[in-house]
Design a protein around this ligand. Sequence first.
Ligand code: CAA
Length: 259
Amino acid sequence: MNFETLEFKREGNIGILTINRPKALNALNAQVIQDLKSFLTQVKSEKGLRALILTGSGEKAFVAGADIKEMESISAADAKQFSENGQIVFQEIEDLPIPTIAAVNGFALGGGLELAMACDFIVATKTAKLGLPEVSLGLIPGYGGTQRLARYCGKGVARMMTLTGDVFTADQCAIWGLVTMVTDPTELIPTCLKLAASISKRSPLGVALAKKSINQGYDLDQTAGMSLEAKLFAEVFASADKKEGVAAFLEKRAPNFND
Ligand code: CAA
C-alpha cells in the first residue's frame, strides 16, 4: 500500500497506520481524507490482519485537527459536504470488523480527537493533549465530535470540553473515560501492540461480532440491544471458530483460529 500522506506497516498480524504530515502536525487535509478512504478500501482485502493501530508521525502530534489553512477557502455552501465527507470516512473506521486502537502521541485536537474517537479505544501518552477547540475558530466540530464525545463521556463532559474549547491532559481524559490507558511516551506503541496481540489471539469472528454488538447496541434501548446480542450469539455459535475454541478448551490446548 502506497499513499502520499499515510504510512502502513505490519508487525505480523497487526497493522500500524501512521498519519504522516509532521510539518503540519498531521492535520487532516483533503489528501489525508482521500488517502484514508483508499486505505480503508484496500485494508479490507489484507490477509490475516487482526487489529489496526492508528498513530501520528513525529513527537508532537497525533493529529492537530482538520487543516485550517485549507478550511479558509471552503465556502459555506461546500461546508456540509466537507463535514459529511469526513464523517463517512470516520464511520468506515468505526465499522471496520477488525479492532482499531488510537495511539495518541501528542496533540489530538478537533478532527484529530474525532479520528481517535472513531477507533475502538484510545491509548495516550502522559504528555498528550486532547480537546475540541473548534469554537475558538468560530466553528463547531464537524467530523463527529459532538456525537461521539457524548457517547464516550456523557453529555456534561462533552458539553464542557466542546463549549470551553479547552485542551486537557490524557490523565484527566482517562478519568472521564475518553482515554482508556495512559502510558509513558516510549511505552505507547509497545502497549498498543500488546493489546493488539491479545486481540489477535482471539476468534476473529468473535471479536468482530462482539464489536458489532457493542457499537450497534449502544444506540438501541436495552431490550433491542439484548435481541441484537442474542442474534449475533447465534451467528457465532454456528461458526468454525466456536467449534475450534470450545474443542481447544476441552482438549487443554491453545485454539488455532483461521481467518
Ligand atoms: N491545520 C493546519 N496546519 C496546522 C494545524 C491545523 N489544524 N495545526 C498546526 N498546524 C501547523 C501550523 O500552522 C504550523 O505550520 P507552519 O510551521 O507552516 O506555520 C505547524 O503546524 C506547527 O504548528 P504551531 O507552530 O502552531 O505549533 P505550536 O507548538 O505552537 O502549537 C498547537 C501547537 C497548539 C497544536 C497549534 O498548532 C494549534 O492550535 N493548532 C490548531 C488546533 C485546532 O484548532 N484544531 C482544530 C481544527 S478545526 C477542525 O478540526 C474542524 C473539524 O472538526 C472537522
